[in-house]
Design a protein around this ligand. Structure first.
Ligand code: HEM
Length: 174
């Protein structure tokens, strides 16, 4: 399977939503027990719930990222880093929640998903503000607005030349 960015974010999105259902099913098999994992308000049970909910939350975040950049002809370096960091955050958040449930003193491991997601979010905000998420990135500052074609006298092959305009900024949604 060859999954490229940002397709990876879409795959993670739906896989995580599915894992959210699956973890909910596991919780559902035991949650009626009044004292399961030390009761509803216990630290351990809260951490397992956080793992369950984070599958939905970060699945949705990855889906939103994919929707934001899906029409870009190519991703800038910043958006590529953001795409990977959103996946790192989605993978490490539930893992850290379960690890914390077992080893409460390991709370610093949460810095991995937290910093990844803050980085990814910041880079995405920057890209959106700069209109870096549209198809015209393919052309950089030069935007192709049409093509001309002429027939050669022999009529064998048409000559096609792009008409381009030069701008300082990419034209959003061109
Ligand atoms: C197959 C679907 C689902 C199942 C079987 C399921 C099951 C559960 C169970 C059993 C609990 C209680 C855990 C406990 O007692 O410690 C729970 C809590 C929770 N679930 Fe799900 N869930 C599902 C889907 C969802 C979805 C779609 C969302 C939101 C997008 C969601 C968000 C939550 C939240 C926020 C809590 C914590 C509620 C609270 O603490 O009051 N769940 N889920």
């Amino acid at each position: 399977m060859n999954v490229s960015l940002p397709q990876l974010n879409l795959v993670v999105a739906w896989l995580w939503i599915l894992l959210g259902f699956a973890t909910g099913m596991v919780l559902g098999m035991f949650f009626h027990g009044e004292n399961w994992l030390g009761g509803y308000a216990s630290f351990q049970r809260r951490m397992y719930r956080l793992a369950h909910i984070s599958f939905f939350g970060l699945g949705a975040v990855n889906l939103l990222f994919w929707l934001t950049v899906k029409d870009a002809a190519s991703l800038t370096t910043g958006l590529r880093v953001a795409a990977i960091a959103f996946v790192v955050g989605a993978v490490t958040m539930p893992v850290c929640s379960v690890l914390m449930a077992q080893f409460p003193k390991a709370h610093l491991i949460f810095s991995i998903p937290v910093l990844s997601l803050i980085l990814a979010g910041s880079l995405t905000v920057l890209a959106v503000v700069r209109h870096e998420t549209t198809a015209n990135e393919l052309f950089g500052a030069t935007n192709v607005v049409g093509v001309v074609s002429t027939e050669e006298p022999s009529g064998s092959r048409p000559l096609v030349a792009p008409i381009t305009i030069q701008t300082n900024h990419a034209i959003p949604f061109l």
